[in-house]
Design a protein around this ligand. Structure first.
Ligand SMILES: NC(=O)c1ccc[n+]([C@@H]2O[C@H](COP(=O)([O-])OP(=O)(O)OC[C@H]3O[C@@H](n4cnc5c(N)ncnc54)[C@H](O)[C@@H]3O)[C@@H](O)[C@H]2O)c1
Length: 238
């Protein structure tokens, strides 16, 4: 994601990368690089993160010290990281979304609109497909979509990650989440509402990872000058 953001920023005359932070340096980068964010002494307007949960504690400490707004794209967070982000949002503006694309966030809105009419009579299942290099499963986006289903249900559903070894019938309160990995699939999410004799499928296909970088860069512009607090795509899409 860092490389894609770098390429996109080259096409944006009003935006520049002040510095890059990664445990691995890249000799082709044309900006200052730091392997430890605590060493970064370059002024910036906003921090954009796509990394790993291990990078979150020093990132948040850094942004708190510099009073810097931060866009957090990393998924598969630990509860400790989430708590740290929540606490820090009392002092700095933090934008967090498990999926920065316009399409997925509109899909979540569509889910919230249709689920109440279907929750008692249609089973809901989510299938996600990603490239074979993806480390976390299911995707943070699958959970984001499952949460959108549950947020709009009167009776909360139980997430079932795969069905291996399950011998009971599928209950209306089960919400199955299934991960497929292979090749270079950038990302696909299908939300299936299966009723008696009819099926509704909502599908989002990411054809490139540029959609996430574009969303994160729009969020970076959106966050400039914001008050401290937690923000997400819903705030930007209002
Ligand atoms: N929110 C979204 O829209 C969205 C989109 C794509 C990816 N992601 C998430 O963003 C994260 C990164 O995805 P990616 O595809 O760029 O992964 P990647 O593995 O290609 O890149 C992660 C980078 O982070 C660096 N890194 C890891 N731990 C670090 C640490 N402790 N300190 C400094 N650098 C560290 C690695 O060296 C690597 O260069 C994942 O959690 C992924 O799920 C979110």
């Amino acid at each position: 994601m860092g490389r894609i953001i770098r390429e996109m920023v080259k096409e944006m005359p009003d935006t520049e990368i002040a510095a890059g932070v990664d445990s691995v340096t890249d000799e082709t980068a044309d900006f200052p690089q730091f392997t430890d964010i605590a060493d970064c002494d370059v002024p910036a307007d906003v921090a954009v993160d796509f990394s790993n949960h291990t990078a979150i504690p020093p990132l948040i400490d850094f942004c708190l010290a510099k009073k810097l707004p931060v866009i957090v794209g990393t998924t598969a967070m630990t509860p400790e990281c989430l708590a740290q982000i929540e606490e820090a949002s009392k002092e700095i503006p933090i934008f967090r979304s498990a999926n920065m694309s316009l399409g997925i966030n509109l899909l979540a809105k569509a889910i919230k609109a249709i689920t109440p009419a279907l929750e008692d009579s249609f089973n809901v299942e989510i299938v996600e497909k990603h490239h074979n290099q993806k480390k976390d499963s299911p995707s943070g986006t699958a959970i984001l979509l499952a949460d959108a289903v549950n947020d709009s249900c009167e009776t909360k559903k139980d997430y079932m990650f795969g069905r291996h070894g399950v011998t009971d019938e599928c209950k209306i309160t089960d919400l199955g989440i299934h991960a497929i990995r292979g090749g270079t699939i950038p990302g696909e999410h299908i939300v299936i509402y299966a009723g008696t004799d009819e099926i509704i499928e909502l599908r989002h296909t990411a054809l490139s990872r540029k959609i996430f970088a574009s969303g994160a860069l729009k969020a970076a512009a959106f966050m400039a000058g914001r008050e401290p607090g937690m923000y997400d795509m819903n705030d930007m899409l209002k």
